[in-house]
Ligand binder design. Structure first.
Ligand SMILES: O=C1O[C@H]([C@@H](O)CO)C(O)=C1O
Length: 550
């Protein structure tokens, strides 16, 4: 195995991802950031210089466990201090498992400002994936707002609340077309548009007939849940979040923020035509046009417009469609199985709340407020008063009606954390509920840092003790992100075998900003020597400056 070195500068740049010039956060002047490509077992070494003029930055390596390097997880206030302007921080960690991953900013709402890129891990030398393909494409999906993230964050934390609304544009590999359909010739009265600029030209997948391609698809959207389909073609799902799944064939896939998939595409359709690949919004009433890419059968010209219209995503609120897709995702035969019982069960109620008139999301009535001192340092060195004391609740009152808005919407903010016994097995039940408005319950994709977890069950309504008997302990899929459907619950199981402090949160950027997350700490006493650059801020900073390192 190798060490792969990268030297990055993170800074604001001018770019036109949807043919409209804005500023966004690029890496080495690029958007999306450079793709990291490595082999399983390699070490990634990123020397990251913050060239944002007036704000800190961190980068999270989404789906990478950071076993033995919890300080490299890239979560501000959790695993490290934000890197100050003009400072350089070295992220050094191992990529253990082949798969489709990505990285992104994890400070404030910097992900929504465009701070993301792909991280692809190939099988180690001498190892092979359990499926074959002739070529591959990488599709990093995102959504894009014209409003700056400053404007967005101020709105979300204002009274009255100002919601960000739906994104202006969906992007594929950082490119999209605002207010102008590529399929213009098919839609009467729509504008044709200038899409020759390299920043916003549609993505072209150039294929040969009768071959099989692996499409790596990851979503780092700020808000949108997406559906992806390719005209006339079916796809076979083979990977989810860096784990092999039992292959199954679909017409389209749903993908939530924080998830990744690999699908196999066989180019077995009429080769004299090109085809649309289309991405549309799910789970929220869409106001954003679908994003399109072209599957270009060689030797057709890539500018030859497909004869058939782009596939249309299922109705945004057809949750049965989404559920049937999620329920089909199962571990590939031979994949690691979960422990057959858990040592602890934590039930997390997801509600939208009010705190002093501000709109928030809460988990068991606590809205996460991150402390100034990163947990990893304050827990490792047992600093008092660095974050709120006490264990957050393990459950919510049995009288709470998940089908109705909260009768008392008042909630509290806290930075308290769940301390989990090292190497114990934990079940988490994510319980969805009605939001503040009547008859509204939203989709939330939950992402766990530092682990993959088994998705052992889903259900509608309120989770009940008797549901435990229905858990799938035979072939549950391993993932790092899983969705909770409106008014439903999702059960996950994981082994707390990774010393560190790990965020577990809704991957919707504004929801995390509004407090929708919790902190898990496990085996912190086993954490090795934390590089002091990760901790020099807040109380740990003062302690190190006075040389009182225990
Ligand atoms: O967090 C959210 O706030 C709005 C809405 O509930 C209140 O404006 C919305 O759609 C969210 O997802």
């Amino acid at each position: 195995s190798k060490t792969r070195h990268f030297k990055w500068e993170v800074g604001y740049i001018y770019a036109s991802p949807d043919c409209n010039e804005k500023i966004l956060i690029g890496i080495n002047g690029q958007f999306p950031g450079p793709t990291i490509r490595a082999k399983a077992g390699d070490t990634i070494h990123v020397e990251l210089k913050n060239t944002l003029h007036t704000e800190g930055v961190v980068i999270h390596w989404h789906g990478i466990r950071q076993f033995g390097t919890p300080w490299a997880d890239g979560t501000a206030s959790i695993s490290q201090c934000a890197i100050d302007p003009e400072e350089t921080f070295v992220y050094r960690f191992r990529v253990e498992k082949a798969g489709t991953y990505f990285y992104h900013g994890h400070y404030g709402m910097q992900r929504a400002a465009g701070l993301y890129g792909s991280l692809i891990v190939d099988a180690a030398d001498g190892e092979a994936e359990p499926f074959r393909y002739d070529g591959e494409f990488n599709l990093l999906l995102s959504d894009w707002y014209h409003q700056s993230i400053y404007d967005q964050t101020v709105g979300l934390s204002s009274k009255p609340f100002r919601w960000i609304g739906e994104p202006q544009t969906l992007l594929i590999n950082g490119r999209g077309q605002y207010n102008c359909s590529l399929a213009a010739h098919l839609i009467e009265g729509s504008n044709t548009c200038e899409t020759t600029s390299k920043d916003c030209a549609p993505v072209v997948l150039r294929v040969l007939p009768n071959k099989t391609y692996r499409l790596r698809i990851a979503s780092t959207t700020s808000l949108s849940s997406l559906n992806l389909a390719i005209g006339n073609h079916k796809m076979v799902v083979v990977e989810a979040d860096g784990n092999h799944v039992e292959p199954f064939m679909v017409d389209d896939i749903d993908i939530y923020s924080g998830e990744s998939y690999s699908v196999l595409l066989t180019t077995d359709q009429n080769p004299s035509s090109n085809y649309w690949l289309s991405i549309g919004v799910r789970g929220r009433k869409p106001k954003t046009s679908p994003a399109l890419a072209i599957v270009n059968y060689s030797p057709n010209s890539p500018s030859k417009l497909p004869e058939s219209s782009p596939p249309i995503a299922p109705e945004w609120n057809d949750y049965n469609h989404s559920k049937s897709f999620s329920y089909r995702i199962l571990a590939r035969r031979g994949a690691p199985k979960p422990p057959q019982s858990a040592d602890r069960r934590i039930v997390l109620l997801n509600t939208q709340n009010k705190i002093d008139g501000y709109t928030k999301w809460s988990i068991n009535n606590i809205s996460l407020a991150l402390p100034p001192t990163p947990y990893l340092g304050s827990m490792r060195y047992r600093l008092k008063n660095a974050f709120d004391a006490g264990t957050p609740p393990e459950n919510f009152p049995s009288s709470y009606d998940v089908m109705r808005p909260p009768t008392n919407p008042n909630s509290t903010q806290s930075s308290n954390a769940y301390v989990i016994r090292f190497n114990s097995t934990v079940d988490v039940i994510l319980q969805n509920a009605n939001a503040l408005a009547v008859n509204v319950s939203e989709i939330h994709p939950w992402h766990l840092h530092g682990h993959d977890f088994w998705v052992v069950g889903y259900g509608d309504g309120r989770f009940d003790e008797k549901d435990v008997a229905r858990f799938n302990l035979k072939n549950p899929p391993l993932r790092n992100t899983v969705v909770i459907f409106p008014y439903g619950w999702t059960a996950i199981r994981f082994v707390a075998d990774n010393p560190g402090v790990w965020a577990f949160h809704c991957h919707i950027e504004p929801h995390l900003h509004m407090g929708m997350g919790v902190i898990f700490a496990e085996g912190v006493e086993h954490v090795g020597k934390i590089p002091k650059e990760a901790l020099v801020c807040g109380m740990t900073g003062k302690m190190l400056m006075h040389n009182h390192l225990p």
